[in-house]
Design a binder for this molecule. Structure first.
Ligand SMILES: C[C@H](NC(=O)[C@@H](N)CCCCN)C(=O)O
Length: 456
């Protein structure tokens, strides 16, 4: 009896996993909205006359405020000052607001010739909305990590983090798979409208979480060891950035993710124009890495827990990425099966590296610096998520147009993707180099990245 009354809410398996699924739904909606416009690139070009440069500008806008107004850093501070409930609700509201602004831009002003600050009004407004959404999505990402740390402290924390990321990937895969069929059957803006509705659901579901979390906090002396330890402080910032391991992980993160997320945003068009994949299923192929990662990330995570070799695995993942992008760059290979196999290999690499990289951060930094380290790594990663899509979009627009085609009365450009794929290959080569340096640093500084996490 006594034992039952001392039991905290998160001691109950069903309660902590329910809490996880509730917040994971919010993140799933966020990943859906993050990726939903990417497969529609050609339709945006045909119907709203967006150029590739404008599409790249819009895609990179996700990270614009995070990078230039340091929103991830402020987000970390707000998280520590006002807590997970306030920050989670705030980020969900930002995501909904940003998405509504993006939706209004496309429906109300889509295809306009009006200009604002040198950009077409619809492009500018959609990008502004996506930028606000990006702040919400990234801050929600670090908030959810902290929620898991609190609710799963001393419990299945790594598994919970893996499950949360895997569920978020479902959102991405669904976005890639449904965007074109839904837009063709209804309207160009319908996939985004669905995203806005999902996000409102995500907001409500986060609200439900706040009630659970309040109940947990009311229960006797909740162990807040994750609280103070994870507070964002400028002393910790200095300690984190003075660690060579930080720069290597952050560099690997920005280079590796720059070859995956921004590539995926252009992959639907690559599938259609180079490999003659039908437009209706091209998005499903582009989303394959997310689907693969859904199943493989927990598998590889378990393997690394038992056998270690995280630094070697990051090198292997980076090497696989080079092969994938280099083969995509070969101009005379047009077989669709090659494109699919490469996407599957990319999916394996996309599972290997994150399942080795994120737990490695926890080995390099003490618990009290982990929140700071993750926020700073996300910040540096966002520089790539902003710059690379803008670069690829501009390269496509200026150097890669090979002709035009008219489909259903709408004119779209045809592109040669050789140069963009060479750029992705170059970035992947740099990521292998950094992974190699990380492995050497591991030997030099004894981070223990090659060691198993589970003690035998
Ligand atoms: C966990 C990790 N998340 C991130 O890296 C985010 N900063 C960016 C998410 C962008 C989603 N398209 C991941 O998803 O592996």
């Amino acid at each position: 009896m006594n034992q039952t009354s001392n039991q905290k809410l998160n001691d109950k398996t069903w309660a902590r996993w329910s809490a996880l699924f509730v917040v994971a739904f919010t993140m799933m909606a966020a990943y859906y909205v993050n990726d939903i416009m990417a497969p529609l690139k050609s339709m945006l070009e045909g119907e709203l006359h967006w150029t590739s440069g404008e599409f790249g500008f819009f895609t990179g806008a996700y990270s614009f405020l995070n990078v230039f107004l340091l929103m991830l850093i402020w987000g970390g501070l707000i998280l520590d000052k006002f807590g997970i409930r306030f920050t989670g609700m705030l980020s969900a509201i930002l995501m909904v607001g940003g998405t509504i602004c993006e939706y209004a831009a496309i429906t109300r002003f889509g295809g306009t010739e009006e200009m604002l600050f040198g950009y077409k009004l619809d492009v500018f407004m959609a990008s502004a909305g996506y930028s606000v959404f990006g702040v919400g999505a990234e801050v929600a990402g670090i908030t959810v990590t902290k929620i898991i740390a609190k609710w799963f402290h001393g419990k299945e924390m790594a598994l919970a983090m893996g499950v949360q990321v895997a569920l978020a990937r479902v959102g991405s895969q669904v976005a890639y798979a449904v965007a074109i069929p839904v837009a063709k059957n209804w309207h160009l803006d319908t996939p985004l409208l669905i995203g806005a509705i999902l996000l409102v659901g995500g907001l409500v579901s986060f609200l439900c979480f706040t009630f659970m979390d309040r109940k947990l906090d009311r229960q006797v002396t909740i162990d807040t060891s994750c609280g103070d330890d994870e507070k964002f402080s400028f002393k910790d910032v200095v300690a984190v950035v003075s660690n060579p391991g930080f720069w290597l992980i952050a560099l690997l993160c920005v280079l590796f993710y720059s070859c995956v997320f921004p590539f995926q945003k252009f992959a639907t068009e690559l599938m259609v124009t180079k490999y003659n994949v039908s437009e209706d299923i091209a998005g499903t192929f582009a989303g394959l890495p997310a689907l693969g990662a859904l199943f493989l990330t927990p598998v590889f995570g378990g393997m690394i827990d038992r056998r270690g070799k995280a630094a070697s695995i990051m090198m292997l993942g980076a090497f696989m990425l080079i092969c994938v992008h280099a083969i995509y760059a070969i101009p005379f290979i047009h077989a669709s099966w090659v494109a699919i196999i490469l996407m599957i290999i990319l999916g394996i690499a996309f599972s290997l590296v994150p399942s080795a990289m994120w737990p490695s951060v926890a080995k390099i930094f003490p618990v009290k610096q982990l929140g700071t380290a993750y926020a700073l790594i996300f910040f540096i990663q966002n520089i790539g998520l902003w710059g690379i899509p803008a670069l690829i979009g501009s390269v496509l627009e200026n150097y890669c147009i090979t002709g035009q085609e008219v489909v259903n009365g709408k004119t779209t450009n045809l592109y040669d993707y050789t140069l963009p794929m060479c750029i992705f290959t170059g970035i992947a080569i740099l990521s292998l180099l950094v992974a190699f340096l990380l492995k050497s640093a591991d030997k030099q500084y004894g981070y223990g990245l090659e060691k198993a996490n589970l003690k035998k």
